[in-house]
Design a protein around this ligand. Structure first.
Ligand SMILES: CC(C)(COP(=O)(O)OP(=O)(O)OC[C@H]1O[C@@H](n2cnc3c(N)ncnc32)[C@H](O)[C@@H]1OP(=O)(O)O)[C@@H](O)C(=O)NCCC(=O)NCCS
Length: 155
């Protein structure tokens, strides 16, 4: 799919919320958990995150936002968060491009990019492993879902 990757700004918060909710609905259905953090995050929380200066990128098809990803930076580690692709364009390479782009936008000090996903989300895990991420640990999240953490060294 022909998309342009660009920086997300606070004014994109509404579109980000729409895509994130649509994308994470499939994860909610998989786990029977309708209060996953990406589904209950408020517009103000998204807007604040987009204003905090950490890398946040959108995939645009013309004027339409079709994917988004945000990050949290803590010293030498950057968490990739809220990777979301609109359901009708999933499987077209947009997620891969956003994942590569957010790693490329890591601040210079960052040595490791990491993320977590549900342990039963085999498609997501395969997606991250095919992008070079490796499994490092498992934990239970706040709502009791078993999660896998994967990470990748920044070259
Ligand atoms: C996970 C997600 C971001 C992937 O984005 P996408 O645009 O659909 O993925 P891509 O088209 O870039 O796929 C890249 C590669 O991963 C593979 N892949 C992606 N999703 C997959 C799945 N569910 N099962 C198996 N493989 C998958 C693709 O086949 C492709 O492989 P290839 O490069 O060998 O052809 C997207 O499906 C999504 O928004 N899901 C819902 C929200 C979510 O779960 N976010 C991640 C939470 S950690």
């Amino acid at each position: 799919m022909n998309v342009h990757i660009g920086q997300l700004k606070p004014e994109h918060a509404g579109e980000v919320m729409t895509i994130q909710r649509a994308a994470y609905l499939q994860e909610a259905r998989r786990y029977g958990a309708w209060d996953l953090p990406p589904l209950v995050e408020t517009l103000d929380q998204i807007r604040d995150h987009l204003a905090d200066g950490t890398p946040a990128l959108g995939a645009f098809s013309g004027p339409r936002l079709v994917g988004s990803v945000r990050s949290r930076v803590d010293g030498e580690r950057m968490e990739v968060a809220r990777l979301s692709v609109a359901p009708d364009v999933q499987g077209g390479g947009v997620g891969r491009r956003l994942l590569e782009a957010i790693s490329e936008h890591a601040p210079d000090d960052v040595k490791v990019v990491w993320l977590f996903t549900g342990a039963e989300s085999e498609g997501n895990i395969a997606f991250y492993e095919s992008a070079g991420f490796v499994r490092v640990s498992e934990h239970l999240d706040a709502v009791g879902i078993r999660c896998v953490t994967l990470e990748q060294k920044v070259i």
